[in-house]
Unconditional design. Structure first.
Length: 392
């Protein structure tokens, strides 16, 4: 997500500074180069050598005649983004008032003056986070275009956000906002049809690809609605569903029903990545007895994409097609079938053997071309978002 991005990592004196080593490693795992900057208070919590080990570069602990703040965050500086993680109440208040008495706050003032993107991940005790002055400082700094990664409120503390949330925010701050102002609806995961109160019919879909698409669309600036079988995520508004019928209703509610007026259309595109049940069954009110032969009458479920196309005749839709033949020509033929039937923007076809894996191989199929993709599902999500942005 961060290939080729230079991150200046400002560390201030919260106990959450102990998480900086793993955060720096994760930024680097995502492709970023990282250079650390520390306040004196931060050095009382974590040794600069640990940050040097995590980043692979020397750490700025004081400003010298090299004017390190300009070297890192000036108009011609090294950094593509300044990430303050953790940022204490003290640091946020100083930034809001342009107080430059630590290497971190001086880098922040320099970055803001040089139009270098700034991302802030605050961490402090909850009463400090709720202080009117701190809230005013956050609001003021946000008004300058700084992105705050909301902390997790737990155990009376405003704990630093997860590494995934911070990486996502840094990626969004450094990625061209080609989907800004767009509302993208994404489906992900498996659906399940209840046989009785304890048993279900479902499939092996993990939802990794759909969630990767939703995250990548958010990174490119979109407002994302994720309809899936999982919990809330930080990069999208989520609607949790179980059955095919619930997913159908949630998606139709999210996309809107009017093509004629752009402002009244609730979605600009649908990415239908979920593995929706093809069949449903009548649900028994009580648990069925085990150990007895049983026949289930399966009824076909409506095709979500067809219902969406009926509701929104011109909505761009990205479809998915999973096959088990292992034959590319058969996958392409099946993909072209749904492409033409429902007038899709393009179809992502893959062999079902990749369900649940982190790595994947897919074929992008549109009206004129077929191209192969190999890589992680995170990278696949980014590729789908990029192709969708070009279509829109």
């Amino acid at each position: 997500m961060l290939d080729g991005v230079n991150v200046a990592l400002g560390v201030s004196g919260s106990i959450a500074a102990v998480k900086v080593v793993e955060l720096a490693h994760e930024l680097r795992r995502q492709g970023a180069a990282v250079r650390g900057v520390m306040t004196e208070s931060a050095r009382g919590i974590i040794h600069p050598w640990a940050v040097e080990f995590a980043t692979g570069t020397d750490v700025v602990t004081e400003l010298t005649g090299r004017v390190e703040h300009v070297e890192l965050c000036g108009r011609e500086g090294w950094a593509d983004v300044l990430l303050l993680a953790p940022a204490t109440a003290n640091t946020v208040g100083k930034i809001a008032s342009a107080v430059d008495d630590t290497p971190v706050t001086t880098c922040a003032t320099t970055a803001l003056g040089a139009d270098v993107p700034v991302v802030v991940a605050p961490a402090m005790h909850e009463p400090m986070y709720d202080h009117p002055g701190v809230l005013d400082a956050i609001e003021r700094v946000e008004s300058w275009g700084v992105d705050f990664v909301d902390p997790r409120i737990e155990e009376g503390k405003a704990k630093i956000a997860t590494e995934e949330a911070i990486v996502t925010a840094v990626s969004r701050a450094t990625t061209e906002q080609t989907l800004a102002g767009r509302h993208i609806v994404v489906t992900a995961g498996a659906t399940a049809e209840a046989i009785d109160p304890v048993r279900i019919l479902t499939n092996r879909a993990s939802g990794k690809t759909g969630r990767a698409v939703a995250r990548a669309c958010h990174v490119r600036g979109a407002d994302v609605t994720l309809v899936h079988d999982g919990a809330d995520v930080h990069y999208a508004d989520t609607v949790t569903v179980e059955s095919a019928a619930e997913m159908r209703k949630a998606v139709l509610d999210a996309i809107g029903t009017d093509d004629s007026d752009a402002e009244s259309a609730a979605a600009d595109a649908l990415v239908s990545a979920a593995a929706i049940s093809d069949y449903t069954v009548s649900t028994a009110d009580e648990k069925l007895r085990s150990g007895e032969p049983r026949t289930l009458d399966l009824e076909p479920t409506p095709k979500l994409i067809d219902d969406v196309r009926d509701a929104r005749s011109t909505l761009p839709i990205v479809g998915f097609k999973a096959e088990t033949s292992g034959d590319d020509e058969k996958m392409i033929e099946a993909a072209r079938g749904i492409l033409e039937r429902s007038d899709l923007a393009f179809v992502v076809a893959n062999d079902a053997s990749v369900m649940g894996d982190d790595e994947t191989r897919t074929l992008f199929v549109d009206a004129d071309d077929v191209s192969e993709f190999r890589g992680t599902k995170t990278a696949l999500g980014a590729e789908i978002a990029a192709r969708l942005a070009s279509r829109l």
